[in-house]
Design a protein around this ligand. Structure first.
Ligand code: 9D3
Length: 268
């Protein structure tokens, strides 16, 4: 998978991509990340990438020409081909007005050979970029960021993890043991956003068994694996009910889940 990031802050990407799974994926040749300085595609002495908005208003707008010229220099497929089914490349505009990024979009992008990430800045990007250059416009969440760079990093991380071989053997084996028994949505697709299939993950503990007077839950050191499984499912349900109640409406609950939820609701 080739990622190409277009930004006015190429140095922003020096640190964050050199750690953990993303670093290893690069070293293994699974992914190749290129960062392009948008200012290299300007022609004036001041290397201008922004301009005032037509119609007036606050702030500056990212000009279309440097973004179009940068993409032209990359030798991308024509936009029609990129938008057709079976496309292998996609140009993504990171913007606060985009569709919300989620695990499903990460999976879509992971199936491609090349992903171009255009990082917005200033008050916005000339709309012709979103309409005629990018194939999709993505936001990473409902909060105001200063630009698309953090969004591009989020996408690189989430997509890289999905590439076969990106996770160590242990991690991928763990993931498989989850996906074997996850709840399934109407379309029959497993819910993979959360570790335990549509619910938030259960709490984890490690040694010491007691820390500053705080013990690890007894059941986890009991060796009773059916009780441990039931306890974990209960805590996953409890945490989901408290922090993300909307997820519970989309997940298929078993008879045992309903029992556990009834207990939890009684306790509260
Ligand atoms: C007056 C409205 N503006 C807020 C001050 C709109 C606005 C313009 C530009 C909001 C954010 C930005 C810059 N943000 C991004 O380019 C961005 C973003 C984001 O802000 N939130 C979530 N995901 C993303 S991806 C790119």
């Amino acid at each position: 998978m080739k990622f190409e990031i277009v930004t006015i802050f190429p140095d922003f990407f020096r640190g964050p991509l050199q750690h953990g799974i993303v670093r290893r994926a690069q070293e293994a040749g699974l992914i190749d990340i290129r960062v392009h300085d948008l200012r290299a595609f300007t022609h004036d002495r001041h290397r201008t990438v922004d301009d005032r908005p037509f119609g007036g208003g606050e702030g500056m707008v990212l000009k279309p020409e440097p973004l179009f010229e940068c993409c032209a220099a990359m030798g991308l497929e024509p936009q029609a081909a990129r938008r057709a089914p079976g496309a292998k490349e996609s140009v993504v505009l990171l913007s606060a007005q985009g569709r919300l990024f989620g695990q499903e979009t990460a999976e879509e992008l992971a199936a491609l050979e090349r992903v171009v990430l255009l990082c917005g800045r200033y008050e916005g990007v000339d709309e012709r970029v979103g309409e005629h250059l990018a194939d999709r416009e993505i936001s990473i969440g409902d909060y105001v960021l200063s630009g698309g760079e953090l969004g591009a990093l989020v996408i690189v991380d989430a997509v890289t993890r999905l590439l076969p071989g990106a996770l160590g053997n242990q991690a991928s084996a763990e993931q498989e043991s989850f996906s074997g028994r996850v709840a399934r949505r109407e379309e029959g697709k497993p819910v993979s956003t959360c570790a335990s299939g549509g619910l938030l993950d259960y709490p984890h503990y490690t040694r010491p068994a007691e820390y500053q007077g705080l013990p690890v839950p007894e059941v986890l050191v009991s060796g009773n694996h059916d009780q441990i499984r039931r306890w974990r499912r209960g805590r996953a349900l409890e945490k989901t009910l408290r922090n993300r109640p909307e997820l519970l409406e989309r997940v298929a609950l078993s008879e045992e889940d309903r029992e556990l939820l009834a207990e939890i609701r009684q306790r509260q």
